[in-house]
Design a protein around this ligand. Structure first.
Ligand code: SOE
Length: 399
């Protein structure tokens, strides 16, 4: 585990144990996900009290010296690095949090795992299947823990849905249908950011949004056996970031649709797009089984709509809305009295609590957390969707 980075003495506080260990975090990246993960490391210990460990913000790393120094001060990291290998060599770094762009997921994470450092890596696992496989192989060889931040697995409503399904409350699953719709790049003058560059992102809406609903399909229903899919790029060139007067080609998909067959016999539809005017972060999932259905909407994330067959038909027609905010609902005991709802940021706190508990108490990441194998299987499904879109045929999954 590297150099001990200190303890909080619990002497003055009644607790089952004398001390709570601190654990050193080295963060790669300081933009959207670096901010969301740092927010979670800082809130985790006092929300999940007593925590498995208290994260110590040892270091943050980024290429731009001015930007990473500002992030160090803003977020409260002790040191700033511009070279990720140098940061990994810091003995105080025990957890490597990879919140960098997709093209930077593989090499640093494999290096960290080979050094025995635990890795928490943003989704998608990598920009290519080959890199995702290399990360999975490194995880298998390493004694350290590794987890992919598919944070929507840690929504109370979707954890409840998974438990419902696992307990057979929906019966045999017939359908899984998911959409993940946004609108943020419909303007042709929106520049070529990294999420639109295949060399950095690997794919567009497919890997960015599609990976979430593909992972949730596997988490809630099970593995996918075949896909028949289409991808589209609606705007083919955009202003370059460096020189807005120059147009550069868009090399990723703007949207995809897929029809899938699950290994368990269920069938499904998956759709992700960044060209849906009016849709902000619109992820909706509906699952239909022999004994009932559930429906979830990320923009109303504290609620789960449920219909159970055979309930009092005079009263329970259609779906009824469950507020997933009772103390007995997943994660909610750590938060507020019922009805006082939580938000998107809290999924990262739940995910990090799961990861740190696994690291400190040597617990399994699966089934609730996404392993690097889950990340690799998701990458293969994304790759098969592209293959089907090119072949025009139904393609079987080959892991
Ligand atoms: C942008 O599409 C994005 O930030 C994704 O990258 C995240 O994974 C998703 O949670 C919200 O939208």
């Amino acid at each position: 585990m590297g150099e001990k980075v200190g303890f909080v003495t619990m002497g003055e506080v009644k607790g089952e144990r004398g001390e709570i260990p601190k654990i050193g975090v080295g963060m790669l990246g300081y933009a959207f996900m670096g901010k969301a993960h740092t927010n979670a490391y800082k809130k985790y210990p006092y929300i999940f009290w007593p925590p498995a460990a208290i994260p110590r913000l040892v270091a943050i790393c980024g290429r731009n010296e001015k930007a990473v120094e500002e992030a160090r001060i803003r977020y409260g990291y002790e040191k700033a690095y511009r070279d990720w290998q140098e940061m990994l060599n810091d003995p105080k770094v025990q957890i490597f949090d990879n919140s960098g762009p997709n093209s930077l997921h593989c090499e640093p994470s494999v290096a960290a795992l080979n050094m025995g450092k635990h890795v928490f890596c943003e989704k998608p696992l990598a920009g290519t299947v080959e890199e995702a496989r290399a990360m999975w192989e490194a995880a298998q060889k390493s004694s350290a823990k590794s987890m992919v931040c598919f944070n929507y697995r840690f929504l109370p409503a979707l954890r409840l849905a998974r438990d419902f399904i696992a307990e057979g409350k929906l019966g045999e699953i017939y359908h899984f249908r998911a959409q993940y719709l946004q609108e943020w790049i419909m303007d042709p003058n929106f520049p070529m950011v990294w999420r639109l560059d295949k060399d950095v992102a690997g794919s567009g809406a497919l890997g960015d949004l599609g990976s979430h609903i593909i992972d949730l399909a596997r988490f809630l229903v099970g593995d996918i056996a075949t896909v028949s899919a289409l991808t589209r790029t609606f705007i083919k060139e955009r202003p370059s970031l460096e020189d807005p007067t120059r147009k550069v080609p868009v090399t990723v998909d703007d949207a995809f649709v897929a029809v899938v067959e699950f290994s368990c016999g269920a069938i499904g539809t998956l759709e992700a797009s960044r060209f849906c005017a009016g849709r902000k972060n619109h992820q909706v999932i509906e699952i239909n089984g022999s004994r009932g259905s559930i429906r979830f909407n990320l923009e109303r994330l504290n609620e789960l709509e449920v219909h159970l067959v055979g309930e009092e038909p005079k009263v329970f027609q259609g779906f009824h809305q469950v507020m997933v905010t009772e103390s007995y609902h997943p994660f909610y005991e750590h938060w507020w009295p019922h009805g006082h709802i939580i938000g998107w940021e809290h999924t990262f706190i739940h995910a990090i609590s799961h990861f740190l508990d696994a690291v400190v108490n040597n617990k399994e990441i699966a089934p609730y957390g996404a392993t690097f194998e889950d990340g690799y299987r998701c990458a293969v499904i994304c790759d098969t969707i592209v293959r089907s879109s090119l072949s025009g045929k139904k393609e079987e999954l080959r892991y």
